[in-house]
Design a protein around this ligand. Sequence first.
Ligand code: HEC
Length: 134
Amino acid sequence: MARIIWILLLLTFITSSWLIYTRCDEKNISGIPDEHVKQGWKVWQEKNCQGCHQIYGLGGYMGPDLTNVASQKDKGPIYMKVFIQHGTGRMPDFHLNDSDVNDLILYLAWIDKSGKSRVPASAVEWTGSLDIKN
Ligand code: HEC
């Protein structure tokens, strides 16, 4: 009896591992960051944008989560540019040059492709894994 239970547990483990590794494939990869994305990331760190903003819920809470701002309905690159280039009453104007502003937008668009910050219940599959394109 004990042997049967062991075999069942082993089969469950193998099936579960197989499902996790086959479903966690290249869908989750935003692609290798190019020079613009890397430069945007550098500016992001130098200006400490994360002191006020979150990526996947991590960061400061003065400003909104920016994980998916690039693809959010009614937002996107031009909208982002206005904030990053001029600041607001609460967000500082960092006096960035055009190239750094564009690289920051490309960096945030790259982050956006990696998944959703808030996962809708409809994206959770029966295995517990997520369909990030949902
Ligand atoms: C001192 C805090 C602070 C810092 C630092 C900061 N922001 Fe913000 N940001 C805000 C606040 C607050 C808002 C929301 C608009 C408002 O209330 O004025 C905002 C809004 C935005 C928005 C629009 C988001 C949306 O969903 O409407 C973008 C894009 C943005 N910030 C990018 C950046 C980037 C890039 C940096 C770094 C260069 C940065 N922010 C640094 C406080 C900050």
